[in-house]
Design a protein around this ligand. Structure first.
Ligand SMILES: [Zn+2]
Length: 177
């Protein structure tokens, strides 16, 4: 579902997304890695993104990481602590992170990524997203337009850790596993 978008929805692209600073965030080389996500997790993430529109929603992506493939089975919303700039920045609640992390100990599942929404902006990472990114994590961005999820893309840091590479996002149900 890489590049998926609902037809006829125009996703605005503010000028800054065409600036060099934004272009420098993206690695043009394609990644060998894939991200498989359960339909229920996609639905939860989209509902969360739509509920918070026109503000940014954020949450944890939970599942298993196996040989370069992220298997996400749950998207769990957590509070965005950035009330001042909640339209274009998110600060994921560290207490919610720690609580979930503790809860998952011994379960075989762990936090393997983070999602957030981009209200009326492309599902592409910003320089701020890059500066906050962790190695080995999957970053899913949901573009919300007029209150509806319009595009969903997955990103991860490249091998040198200086740019985001787009990761092929696959619905695990449609693959039959
Ligand atoms: Zn962002």
């Amino acid at each position: 579902m890489q590049e998926t978008r609902i037809p006829d929805i125009h996703i605005p692209e503010p000028e800054r997304f065409r600036s060099q600073a934004y272009l420098d965030v993206l690695d043009k080389n394609s990644s060998e890695q894939t991200c498989q996500i359960e339909t229920t997790a996609i639905s939860a993430m989209h509902a969360s993104a739509e509920r918070h529109y026109p503000l940014e929603a954020c949450g944890l992506l939970i599942g298993r990481m196996q040989t370069g493939v992220w298997h996400i089975d749950e998207a769990r919303e957590v509070p965005n602590l950035n009330s001042e700039r909640a339209a274009d920045r998110f600060i994921l609640d560290p207490d919610a992170y720690r609580k979930t992390d503790r809860e998952l100990v011994g379960s075989g599942r762990e936090i393997i990524g983070i999602y957030h929404s981009h209200p009326d902006c492309p599902a592409k990472p910003s320089p701020t997203d890059l500066s906050a990114a962790w190695d080995g994590f999957a970053y899913i961005i949901v573009s919300t337009c007029n209150g509806a999820a319009a595009d969903t893309r997955c990103w991860a840091l490249n091998a040198s850790g200086d740019r985001f590479q787009q990761i092929d996002l696959q619905d695990s149900q449609t693959r039959g596993d």
